[in-house]
Design a protein around this ligand. Structure first.
Ligand code: G1P
Ligand code: ZN
Length: 543
């Protein structure tokens, strides 16, 4: 039946250029709100009648209710089949895997990533296309336009589907397949990594902890790491997914994954620690008293890919987001591989992977992945590291020390100023822009400034241009200071300041990153007047 799409407040859809609609649960719970968005998606994605849709989410509060609504709308709109993860669960990379494996038309993923969950917290939804990746801007623009003048939506009236039992069910003429949420993903992992070698490693005196942060990767990690790879029971901590993520903030970084960090930096620390986020696409890698920056992690993976069966025959190229350190570039150069520098956001990697130009890609924001799916993939990164450790039989720290010896070290840090006044944030970037013509050729932080620009990217595959992707001060020695406004923050503006300096001398590789970058940090503040303009004397988060 058709229902008139009356909103209790002006409906605000997915902004073009963002990868999903994220709002408080209370907003999604308003009459017709979710329905309006879902109908706008269905109205924007072309002719799917008779096709298959994949639906699943990170298990957060409102996941099950949203899935029931989506199933009834999919049936009314003409999909012939929907794959849904058991219990409504599919991690973001697992959803991408299922879309690809079964040749689905697309998928709806319910998640607000690492943002807190629960009745007073966040919910989100996004549409992925048949390649398994986030919808391109042409689609998100159409969805947004649709949400602005939606007048009705289609939904069938029927009882809810039992999401807890796997099997095929009929829903008013549409087939619903409730599938094991882990099996397809686990099979894909088994095809890429040397499970025997990892099993051997884990049965030695090697010890590890994986923190699922009470979010979606719990069941995936328990089955893959404990059951299939034989790690001891309890290796996966916080493995019980909860609707409110246990009240936590499942973002795998040094700030929010402090429970894991304390273990890896405590007495009797294990050899390896890792964590993933709410929907399973991010990862953090730790060694015994050692933190691997995501930028270095990508570089180490690229340099060691030949040790991993799924990549042993060679990788086609590497991509990193612009603010990610250039550590991977050095590996690519030495291996004779193409290296691409893209704007922030995973969707830019998708085109490169579809075109066969890159195999591995990553972002400084704890995202790493490959062309096995079209999303970043947290557990995949953990298994990649375990595979490297199983072959090299060295500690995480010595793998990094060796890596820096060979390629040099890219000291790197990101300083976030969260919840800043939006106008002040814009002024900070403009203040730096105003010096674009005067800075080159001058000394800053003891280095020569070579060039300044607003990063722009022309997609080598489809020719599309993305401008204003970050304000950059580029130095002759490869060091960089970058200022960028977050596109994902929810209140006010977030300024991200990225700092990078290259050190070739191995005798200087053992410094703390903040110490090594101290003069760059000071210079970044002076040039931008960040502190004065925002009234903040220090960042809210330092990574
Ligand atoms: C942040 C990260 C970016 C990532 C995005 C989605 O975006 O910096 O790398 O792709 O979340 O996970 P930002 O808030 O910086 O726009
Ligand atoms: Zn995520």
């Amino acid at each position: 039946m058709q229902i008139e799409a009356v909103s209790t407040q002006p409906f605000e859809g997915q902004r073009p250029g963002t990868s999903g609609l994220r709002k408080k649960v209370k907003v999604f719970q308003q009459a017709h709100y979710l329905e309006n968005f879902v109908q706008s998606v269905f109205d924007s994605i072309g002719d799917f009648v008779g096709q298959t849709l994949v639906v699943g989410g990170d298990g957060r509060y409102y996941n099950r209710e949203a899935i029931q609504t989506i199933l009834k709308m999919a049936a009314a709109n003409g999909f012939s089949k929907v794959f849904v993860g058991q219990g409504g669960i599919l991690s973001t990379p697992a959803a991408s895997c299922v879309i690809r494996k079964y040749g689905a038309y697309g998928g709806l993923i319910l998640s607000a990533s690492h943002n807190p969950a629960g009745p007073d917290d966040d919910f989100g939804i996004k549409y992925n296309i048949g390649s398994g990746g986030p919808a391109p801007e042409s689609v998100t623009e159409a969805i947004y336009a649709g949400t602005q003048d939606i007048s009705y939506y289609d939904i069938v009236e029927c009882a809810d589907v039992n999401l807890d039992q796997t099997g095929s069910f009929e829903l008013v003429g549409m087939q619903v397949d409730v599938i094991d949420a882990v099996a397809d993903y686990a099979e894909l992992m088994q095809s890429l990594f040397d499970f025997d070698a990892i099993r051997g490693l884990l049965s030695d005196d090697f010890s590890m902890v994986f923190d699922a942060m009470h979010a979606v990767t719990g069941p995936y990690a328990k089955i893959i790491i404990e059951d299939m790879l034989g790690a001891a029971d309890g290796t996966v901590m916080n493995g019980e997914p909860k609707e409110d993520f246990g009240g936590g903030h499942p973002d795998p970084n040094l700030t929010y994954a402090h429970e894991l960090v304390d273990i890896l930096y405590g007495d009797d620390a294990p050899d390896f620690g890792a964590a993933s986020d709410g929907d399973g696409d991010r990862n953090m890698i730790l060694g015994n008293h050692f933190f691997v920056t995501p930028s270095d992690s990508l570089a180490v993976m690229a340099a060691n890919a030949q040790l991993v069966p799924g990549y042993a025959s060679g990788i086609s190229g590497v991509a990193r987001s612009m603010p990610t350190s250039a550590a991977a570039d050095r590996v690519a150069e030495s291996l004779g591989l193409d290296c691409y520098e893209t704007p922030t956001g995973w969707k830019f990697f998708g085109n490169l992977m579809d075109a066969g130009r890159v195999t591995l890609c990553g972002e400084e924001s704890f995202g790493t992945g490959s062309d096995h799916v079209r999303e970043k993939d947290g557990l995949w990164a953990v298994l990649f590291w375990l595979n490297i450790l199983a072959v090299r039989k060295q500690s995480v720290e010595s793998i990094l020390t060796d890596h820096w010896k060979k390629f040099g070290r890219n000291y790197y840090s990101r300083h976030d100023y969260e919840g800043v006044d939006s106008a002040a944030a814009a002024q900070v970037l403009q203040h730096v822009r105003d010096q674009f013509s005067s800075l080159p050729g001058t000394q800053l932080a003891g280095r020569m400034v070579e060039n300044c620009d607003d990063f722009a990217y022309t997609d080598p595959v489809d020719g599309s241009v993305s401008e204003n992707q970050g304000v950059r001060i580029l130095f002759e020695d490869g060091s960089r200071i970058i200022y960028r406004l977050s596109g994902t923050g929810t209140s006010g503006a977030t300024i991200r300041l990225y700092l990078e300096s290259y050190e070739a001398d191995q005798n200087k590789h053992g410094l703390d990153a903040q110490d090594a970058l101290a003069d760059m940090i000071a210079a970044a503040g002076e040039v931008s007047q960040l502190q004065q303009l925002t009234g903040r004397d220090k960042p809210t988060v330092i990574t």
